[in-house]
Design a protein around this ligand. Structure first.
Ligand SMILES: [Zn+2]
Length: 678
């Protein structure tokens, strides 16, 4: 039945890791396998000969890019991609869906497919399940993917369910369109982070005649823990006798975790992209070759690596090439990084075959997250703190479950992110909910207007670093060419929390990055290609408000109204609203307090329920305007039922409001346009 003659060879005891092999039109693939990404029918900085030397088994090519340039006619002329790029081993093509759905402003979506404008020549294109398959048939790949509707992994249940059903209808159409082509075709399990939908999607697709199944819609906004959990949920439902492919994943640790959960195939742009930024994977952590620490080093990148880069070149020479922006530096690092990924896959395969994978997994899950161990970028902190270290009015508090640490203000007793880990809360509440990743993508090819994000209440930089990590991920996936610049503006009156956390980075993994340390020193940090700029206003937020560039997004995270009363008033929100001017701005905050919502409404904001996080059932999202020009937002505006609750609430009015002004205040709230639109 299957076009791949899939054979499951062995499953590792104590884990779900497995070894398999299958046969394509261009030869055999042994799994677990990593597929280097050849977006434009070329793996960046690698010739086909070098890929063969590293024993790359299968490459991935992007249908979207190849459709726009060189176009299907060229592939028809050459008889397919293999001859065109001089590669006679297997090729997998994606459907183009992921790229199109990453362009929310320049495409329209209908039942039959999506229309979008070419970034090459501005021409209008239509991509449907049928035309995607037609293009993949012209490319002549060994494995084709169905067109699916990609949504953020954090989308709510209703949106996810609708996208899943559409993806299923498109899956059936893709199978019909494939017809009698000998090319294999994979379905894609969707369902974001909703367990019931993932299960339904897997169950639906396993009953269709696909040659393999992929897990889509992960690595787009969820936390690592969620990614691992939902990978495991999906693989548990997938048939034993088909290959399983986790799309777009990931870092070495992500791949290890996914193999442990039964995934066979991976692709990711990270090894090539990091090479271009001067970073090498090694058996003792990631090396950042730009750093002066390597200037005089005669050592190879990794003594445990036998690739030709490591056999022939020193760290000192590569440091020089990278500093000089010489393309040979990128080539040497790309070669080594892909060798590193392939070796990881070979080691896992060998460990599964000889029954030692469980032990290998336990060793590697620690080893793979090390960062430049021989020349650590941050001074190592003692592994355990006996007495809570303090600075000024702050100390470090381990969480009750012991998995993360927080900063506590001694005078108020208030703890930043006391219940869920700071990274988790930042990603869920600010990064995913504001759809930061999608907003960073250019809406048109010449859209270079910076996205301005305000981070009010820098604290220990959890939110700012989550935004920065999101931008770095997008940069790694799409490249600087497809991104708008990010200007992150942090406001903080007291730098002690960040200074304290940064000097104990072992408790705050998000601070193991050069950026927060540079920001503390220079109040500004810029990434190497200048796409991400982070500035710091040290002092009173209200003193800097009007002199800062107007925001598109505001992450509003100062201490609570109890501790920091002055920052939660209607007057402050009105100044923010006014400063945003005519451009639509959105504000996200952890508070769901009636007093905060009513202050926002009174200041002219439209106010909606935000996602819950940790023990909080909900948070707050506010918009300066709601009209046809603003993108629809999944957050639900407060309605009449909220007005009802508000009018019975104790905190109906700001405490400082004189009795005489209350009727006028109440009238202003009740006549807010958000309640008059039915
Ligand atoms: Zn090497």
């Amino acid at each position: 039945m299957s076009r791949l003659a899939f054979t499951l060879e062995k499953t590792a005891p104590g884990t779900r890791a497995r070894v398999a092999r299958f046969t394509t039109l261009h030869g055999e693939v042994r799994t677990p396998v990593f597929m280097p990404v050849g977006t434009q029918a070329t793996v960046k900085n690698m010739t086909a000969e070098r890929l063969l030397e590293l024993d790359s088994q299968c490459l991935l090519a992007n249908t979207y890019h190849l459709l726009l340039r060189p176009g299907p006619e060229v592939f028809k002329k050459f008889g397919g991609i293999h001859r065109f790029m001089n590669w006679d081993r297997p090729v997998l093509t994606d459907s183009g869906g992921f790229q199109i759905f990453s362009l929310p402003h320049s495409r329209t979506m209908r039942e039959d497919g999506a229309s979008f404008r070419s970034y090459v020549d501005g021409e209008l294109h239509h991509l449907s399940p049928e035309s995607s398959i037609a293009m993949q048939r012209a490319i002549g790949s060994d494995i084709m993917m169905v067109l699916d509707q990609c949504i953020p992994s954090t989308a709510d249940h209703a949106i996810t369910e609708a996208a899943m059903h559409l993806t299923h209808r498109w899956a059936e159409r893709s199978l019909l369109a494939r017809g009698d082509s000998p090319q294999a075709l994979f379905g894609i399990v969707q369902g974001a982070c909703h367990r019931d939908l993932r299960l339904r999607s897997a169950e639906y697709l396993r009953n269709l005649p696909f040659d393999g199944l992929a897990i889509g819609g992960l690595a787009v906004g969820e936390t690592h823990a969620e990614r691992y959990e939902f990978t495991g949920i999906a693989t548990a439902e997938l048939p034993e006798n088909l290959p399983r492919y986790l799309m777009g994943v990931g870092t070495p640790i992500d791949i290890l975790e996914a193999v442990h959960r039964g995934v066979d195939m991976f692709d990711c742009i990270i090894p090539s992209q990091l090479a271009q930024r001067g970073t090498a994977f090694s058996s003792h952590g990631k090396l950042h070759l730009r750093r002066a620490a390597y200037k005089f080093s005669e050592e190879p990148l990794d003594a445990a690596c036998d690739c030709s880069t490591c056999r022939n070149y020193s760290r000192g020479y590569i440091h020089h090439l990278i500093k000089s922006d010489e393309t040979l530096g990128w080539q040497l690092l790309a070669h080594h990084n892909i060798a590193f990924y392939h070796r990881l896959m070979r080691e896992m395969r060998a460990a599964i075959l000889d029954g030692t994978f469980a032990a290998y997994y336990e060793r590697q899950r620690i080893a793979l997250v090390r960062d430049d161990e021989s020349n650590p970028p941050v001074h190592p902190a003692p592994a355990r703190i006996r007495k809570a270290p303090t600075l000024g009015d702050y100390d470090i508090q381990p969480s009750r479950c012991g998995t993360f640490s927080s900063i506590r203000q001694l005078s108020s007793g208030e703890i930043m992110h006391s219940v869920s880990s700071p990274e988790e809360e930042a990603n869920r509440l600010y990064i995913a909910q504001s759809r930061l990743a999608a907003r960073l993508l250019r809406r048109t090819p010449d859209d270079t207007e910076p996205l301005v994000v305000w981070d009010v209440g820098l604290g220990a930089a959890s939110n700012a670093m989550a935004a920065l990590a999101c931008a770095e991920r997008e940069l790694a996936t799409h490249g600087a060419h497809d991104l708008r610049p990010l200007h992150l503006v942090s406001f903080e009156c007291d730098l002690d929390p960040l200074t304290l956390a940064a000097s104990h980075a072992s408790h705050f993994p998000h601070l193991r990055h050069r950026a927060p340390h540079t920001l503390l020193r220079e109040h500004r940090w810029t990434n190497p290609d200048g796409v991400i700029v982070w500035t710091l206003h040290h002092g009173d937020f209200l003193a800097h408000l009007e002199s800062s560039p107007a925001p598109d997004l505001v992450f509003y995270d100062p201490f609570s109204a109890k501790t920091d009363t002055g920052l939660w008033t209607s007057e402050v929100f009105a100044r923010l609203h006014h400063h945003a001017g005519p451009r639509p701005a959105e504000l996200y905050t952890y508070s769901a307090a009636t007093s905060v919502r009513v202050a926002l409404l009174h200041a002219g904001w439209f106010v909606a329920e935000g996602v819950g996080t940790g023990p909080k059932a909900s948070t707050t999202v506010a918009f300066t305007r709601i009209d046809k020009t603003t993108t629809p937002h999944p957050a639900r505006l407060l309605g009449p039922e909220w007005i009802g609750r508000w009018s019975r609430s104790h905190s109906q009015f700001p405490a400082t409001l004189p009795e005489a002004d209350r009727p006028a205040f109440a009238k202003a709230i009740e006549s807010h346009p958000q309640f008059s639109v039915a």
